[in-house]
Design a protein. Structure first.
Length: 276
């Protein structure tokens, strides 16, 4: 196979593959149906033209038959007038017209046969078209149902082109988000370590560390002071609590002693009453 032949074969195969991908079976079926209807219309037009020609011949035949009748009358009239020469001419014309009528009848019969065949072909083609139309609609419905099923399956499984694009978009968004988070964390780390000096400040990293140390010392001193104050307050609170507890205990003892003395007095009073 030569180079040109191979190139031609490759080009034809590429074009055929492209056409197969772009072909819609529904459109193909509709186009085939319209083509068949066009053929049916052509057949009907042919029948109409053939019938027109037959009618034209039949009209011509009727005119010849009228002429034949006329020539008969002419021959009779010539015989009554003893004009055999005119009668002979009339009969000769009659014979010529009769010959033309026979030819026309043959042509008319031939056209009638052709018309009958075309009518039969038209009926058969029309029946086939009706069958094809029914089958076409059935195939289109099956194709659309299958197409819908495929779309649903692709949507559920994420295998379709659109879902694949969405998945890739999500992946790119996640990658960009992770990249942005990593850059943000890196910037924070560099800022904390003082790797980036503030362009508007005269301080360098050493100044910042010394300032941070001073701040820590001040915080520790304030914390110690706060702890000391809280320790004193806690001790005074404990002393007050002990004094209140002792007062409560003494008060409870006095109440109990008073209750016991009253009970004894009542019991003595009861004994005195019994003796009386």
């Amino acid at each position: 196979m030569g180079v040109l032949s191979r190139m031609s074969y490759v080009i034809r195969s590429k074009i055929n593959a492209m056409l197969n991908r772009s072909e819609d079976p529904r459109e193909t079926l509709d186009y085939s149906y319209e083509q068949m209807r066009d053929r049916l219309q052509d057949v009907k037009q042919g029948i109409a033209d053939l019938t027109t020609q037959k009618k034209r011949l039949e009209m011509q035949k009727r005119r010849l038959e009228e002429n034949v009748e006329k020539h008969n009358e002419q021959a009779r009239e010539a015989v009554r007038q003893d004009r055999d020469d005119l009668a002979r001419q009339a009969l000769e014309k009659k014979k010529s017209k009769m010959s033309q009528i026979e030819q026309l009848e043959t042509q008319i019969a031939d056209l009638q046969n052709k018309q009958d065949k075309l009518v039969d072909q038209k009926d058969a083609l029309q029946s086939r078209i009706e069958q094809f139309r029914t089958k076409k609609e059935t195939m289109k419905a099956q194709y659309e149902a299958s197409e819908a099923s495929v779309r649903v399956s692709e949507a559920m499984t994420g295998a379709g082109d659109e879902m694949a694009d969405v998945s890739r978009a999500i992946e790119r968004a996640e990658e960009e988000t992770e990249e942005m988070e990593a850059r943000s964390a890196a910037m924070d780390e560099l800022q904390d370590t003082g790797a980036f000096d503030d362009a508007l400040s005269d301080e360098d990293s050493i100044d910042r560390e010394l300032a941070a140390g001073r701040t820590d010392s001040e915080v520790e001193a304030e914390l110690d002071t706060l702890k000391g104050e809280m320790g004193k307050d806690t001790a005074s609170i404990e002393e007050e609590s002990d004094e209140e507890l002792e007062a409560d205990v003494e008060e409870d003892v006095d109440v109990e002693e008073e209750l016991e003395s009253n009970e004894i007095d009542e019991e003595l009073e009861g004994i005195r009453d019994e003796q009386s």
